[in-house]
Write a protein that binds this ligand. Structure first.
Ligand SMILES: *Cc1c(COP(=O)(O)O)cnc(C)c1O
Length: 344
């Protein structure tokens, strides 16, 4: 049987032999007592990479985002975020269900709100209006197609937040994709942001885990909220070792995923009925729209599955493609052939 080429998400990567060896060899201790040396090392590495004082290992990005929003904003206040954002769409309304926060939505271009849009969403201080508690940004913006938050806009947004006295959270699940694509270290790219969450389990190829980074004081509160959510783990250095391996080996190679995404997009945009804007392919995620004579997204995905390529429809005529560590250049070539066959 031919192996499937899985382009549904960069979460599908599996730890390879070297990463598993690092996991097997990890020194461990009880992390609820802060005594797991491998977790402590991972947290120090993450804090350094993001230019922050401290970091906290959390099981998932969703928990990390919830912790950050809960730490920044008090119950009954609003989290200003983009309508397409992960925190609004895919996290079970945890900010509301657990922390009593109300998302206040803006429609940013490519998932990256303009400062004036955010400013317009901040309520004036009238007693019957919920007040803004924080701003939440996403970089790269997943649903927008892995788009990079434009650097100048990001600076302007941070300046606005400072002016209005609002803390800023960054859902940086894929911040290293942005950093590598721009050639700017993640610390510089996120300077001035109060807390940054990033995932080890996406393009970086670890099986589990995310990190929350911020000031020492912020991480103390994050640590308390992680326990509140049941996220205190014990000999979790086994997982942290995979994260250390990922940070040491898999950041710079994200450029290969970006090159593979561009290659795929450049090929797909020439095929009948497939609409792709190669100029919009900035990182490892992009969207494909289908129209006549190509089949709709569901049928396209069905045909591709028969040809050895796994992709999920995102809407009637919309499909998301994601490149990653476990999709080699040769597999991308085979995926291109499969698309050509599927649209025939
Ligand atoms: C994947 C992802 C998360 C966190 O997801 P988990 O599956 O909970 O780890 C958060 N934000 C974005 C943009 C993501 O893509």
């Amino acid at each position: 049987m031919r192996e499937m080429i899985d382009l549904r998400s960069d979460t599908v990567t599996r730890p390879g032999a070297a990463m598993r060896q690092a996991m097997a060899a990890a020194e461990v201790g009880d992390d609820v007592y802060a005594e797991d040396p491998t977790v402590n090392r991972l947290q120090e590495m993450a804090a350094d990479l993001l230019g922050r004082e401290a970091a906290l290992f959390v099981p998932t990005g969703s928990m990390g985002n919830a912790i950050c929003l809960g730490a920044l904003a008090r119950p009954g206040s609003e989290v200003i975020c983009d309508r397409q954002s992960h925190v609004y769409n895919y996290e079970m309304a945890s900010m509301s269900a657990i922390f009593g926060l109300l998302p206040r939505l803006v429609d940013g271009p490519q998932g990256a709100p303009l400062p004036e849009q955010l400013e317009a969403a901040i309520h004036p201080p009238i007693y019957y209006l919920a007040q803004a508690g924080c701003i939440s940004l996403e970089n790269t913006a997943n649903v927008a197609g892995g788009r990079i938050f434009p650097v100048e806009r990001l600076k302007a947004v941070i300046a606005l937040a400072k002016k209005r006295g609002l803390p800023v959270h960054l859902d940086g699940a894929r911040i290293f994709n942005s950093a590598v694509a721009l050639g700017i270290p993640a610390a510089g790219l996120t300077a001035g942001i109060d807390c940054v969450m990033f995932c080890l389990s996406k393009g970086l190829g670890a099986p589990v885990g995310s990190l929350v980074t911020g000031s020492k004081e912020f991480i103390r509160e994050a640590h308390r909220l992680r326990k509140l959510l049941g996220g205190g783990m014990r000999q979790v250095g086994i997982l942290a070792a995979a994260g250390i391996y990922a940070l040491e080996h898999n950041i710079e190679r994200l450029a290969e995923d970006h090159a593979n995404a561009r290659k795929l997009a450049n090929a797909l945009c020439t095929m009948p009925g497939l609409e792709v804007d190669p100029a919009a392919v900035e990182t490892n995620i992009f969207m494909v729209r289908t129209k006549n004579p190509a089949p709709d997204a569901k049928e396209l995905c069905r045909r591709l599955a028969g040809l050895g390529v796994r992709v999920d429809p995102m809407g009637e005529n919309l499909t998301r493609l994601v490149t990653h560590l476990d999709a080699t250049g040769a597999q991308i070539d085979r995926a291109i052939d499969a698309f050509a066959e599927a649209v025939k």
